[in-house]
Design a protein around this ligand. Structure first.
Ligand SMILES: Cc1cc2nc3c(=O)[nH]c(=O)nc-3n(C[C@H](O)[C@H](O)[C@H](O)COP(=O)(O)OP(=O)(O)OC[C@H]3O[C@@H](n4cnc5c(N)ncnc54)[C@H](O)[C@@H]3O)c2cc1C
Ligand SMILES: NC(=O)c1ccc[n+]([C@@H]2O[C@H](COP(=O)([O-])OP(=O)(O)OC[C@H]3O[C@@H](n4cnc5c(N)ncnc54)[C@H](O)[C@@H]3O)[C@@H](O)[C@H]2O)c1
Length: 472
């Protein structure tokens, strides 16, 4: 670092140590780099997102599957759930990774680590909370997103959590009320139900998982309502401290009801941190609530890319997923060093999975989006829904939950969307993502390879063969 008139000068400033941290590799060893993070080193995914949630979801799903095995002629009992042991195992591993990542960065001679929140003074200058000014020849904004809390009486009470804090509580709650119908609500409902907590999930609209294919969302609502108390078209009007925990008042169709809960989880969405960085004040564009970038991840000001200023991940992406943030990080890593050979990220088929019970995974268009596109572009759509229970492994499982739904163009066999609900949906979908990414048609994918018999993947093969496409 060099210091001119109280300003610390760098070749590169990275704001955010989540996906942004991976940018700093050997290529930067002879340059001055600052990495700034006012939160926990390593970002959301590691510390309070993808990783710990899945480490809770796995034991919870294992427990629930065991309980469900009665119908297969095997009886199991969940006798003990040792929450603190689970929690401490999870965070024992995670906190150590965060701490060692921080120590590693602190030791690098060319890197300064600033453990403060910053705001943007201009596109190339950030000001730390303690008033230090850092100026970067290049700046990467990778400041992520944060939970939004609805304005609700009692929202500040102890016992009311977001996903940031609920995984660290001391005891497994006996009763939890979850507000929201998206990814986080679905995953935590699955976790707490699996571990034996009484779960009430409250969703404002009739539709859970609103961005999913309708049939998937409906099947999930059916499966959820058989496991926990699902209240649709319902809101929470207030939370109060009661004599037996929290009194949570629900409103639905003009009537109200008060439930007692030990904890409330608020899972009502996450917003880009572009506003808390004061990106707009620094002259940067905001589009759809996120920092606007072009295809090369260059940040825009009045619609034009700002030289040497980049953004990636949740701060600049409406789709908040770690694998997308990572892909954008690889793009920025290249572009920072190759201004004459800029790359973009292929975002045609960004998949996702919801690790609830049953799992859900999806890539590409929903049936209704595909039909809308077909109406505009003048092609026909073919759809096949194949139940897990129709193939041999599904019989072995006595499965009545899972299905694969494929959406394709009738004329060409191009796969437009794939949606799976059921056991290990997150893995079953991968060959479909591959086919779509590499342009395999439905028939080529079905007949161009062997499918192991009698593996569950046969449900994908059969779904492909059930589409009305050329070759089938
Ligand atoms: C509960 C939960 C579960 C999730 N599960 C999954 C999953 O299973 N799969 C998946 O793909 N995605 C999942 N996600 C989403 C995923 O975590 C995010 O998409 C991803 O972490 C975004 O990475 P990022 O690098 O953009 O931001 P982050 O990892 O959030 O990093 C941003 C960093 O910037 C810091 N920061 C913010 N503002 C400032 C500032 N003003 N000054 C300095 N530092 C600042 C923050 O402290 C943070 O460390 C989950 C999210 C949550 C909340
Ligand atoms: N497995 C994964 O990939 C994974 C897991 C968790 C989170 N995430 C990411 O994190 C993001 C945030 O997750 P999320 O579940 O918080 O958001 P979400 O956008 O998925 O769902 C938000 C929910 O809150 C409801 N809601 C919003 N405002 C409300 C209000 N005032 N009162 C009542 N309900 C309200 C919405 O109707 C919706 O059901 C996801 O969109 C996803 O990108 C991914």
């Amino acid at each position: 670092m060099t210091e001119t008139h109280g300003v610390h000068d760098y070749d590169l400033i990275v704001v955010g140590s989540g996906s942004g941290n991976s940018l700093i590799d050997e290529e930067w060893k002879d340059k001055k780099v600052a990495i700034v993070d006012g939160g926990v080193f390593g970002g959301t995914c590691l510390n309070k997102g993808c990783i710990p949630t899945k480490m809770f979801a796995y034991p919870a799903t294992t427990a629930v599957h065991g309980l469900d095995d009665d119908r297969l002629g095997v009886s199991m009992e969940r006798t003990d759930v040792r929450w603190r042991e689970i929690r401490d195992r999870i965070f024992g591993r995670i906190d150590a990774i965060s701490e060692s990542g921080l120590e590693y960065r602190q030791k690098l001679p060319n890197v300064d680590l600033w453990t403060e929140f910053v705001t943007l003074r201009d596109p190339h200058t950030v000001e730390t909370a303690s008033g230090q000014l850092l100026r970067g020849r290049q700046v990467v904004v990778a400041a992520g997103s944060r939970s939004v809390l609805p304005e609700l009486p009692g929202i500040d009470l102890p016992g009311v959590h977001t996903s940031d804090t609920i995984m660290r509580i001391d005891d497994l709650p006996r009763r939890v009320v979850i507000l929201g119908g998206g990814f986080i609500a679905a995953e935590f409902a699955g976790i707490f139900h699996g571990l034996g907590t009484e779960v009430v999930q409250v969703n404002r609209s009739r539709r859970l998982l609103r961005d999913h294919d309708e049939e998937i969302a409906e099947r999930f609502a059916r499966e959820a309502s058989q496991q926990w108390d699902l209240r649709l078209d319902t809101t929470i009007s207030s939370i109060e401290q009661g004599s037996d925990g929290l009194d949570v008042t629900l409103e639905s169709g003009g009537s109200s009801e008060t439930l007692a809960a030990d904890v409330v989880l608020v899972a009502t969405g996450r917003v880009s941190n572009a506003d808390s960085l004061d990106a707009e004040g620094a002259g940067l564009d905001i589009r759809d609530g996120v920092l606007a970038v072009d295809e090369y991840q260059r940040v825009l000001s009045s619609g034009e890319p700002v030289d040497g200023v980049w953004a990636l991940g949740d701060v600049s992406s409406v789709t908040q997923l770690k694998h997308l943030a990572n892909a954008q990080e690889r793009t920025v890593q290249h572009n920072l060093l190759h201004p004459d050979d800029l790359r973009s990220t292929d975002q045609r088929y960004v998949p996702h999975a919801v690790f609830t019970n049953p799992q859900i995974a999806s890539v590409g268009m929903s049936e209704s989006d595909a039909r809308d596109l077909a109406a505009v572009q003048g092609f026909d759509v073919t759809v096949k829904v194949q139940d897990f229970g129709d193939v041999a492994y599904g019989w072995a499982m006595e499965d009545s939950q899972g299905f694969v739904k494929l959406v394709a163009r009738k004329d060409t066999g191009e796969l437009l969307g794939a949606h799976i609900i059921g056991t290990e949906a997150s893995m079953l979908i991968q060959p479909l993502i591959q086919a779509m990414s590499f342009g395999l048609t439905a028939h080529e994918m079905a007949r161009g390879q062997f499918w192991i018999h009698p593996a569950l993947t046969e449900v994908v093969e059969n779904a492909l063969l059930g589409l009305e496409v050329p070759g089938n």
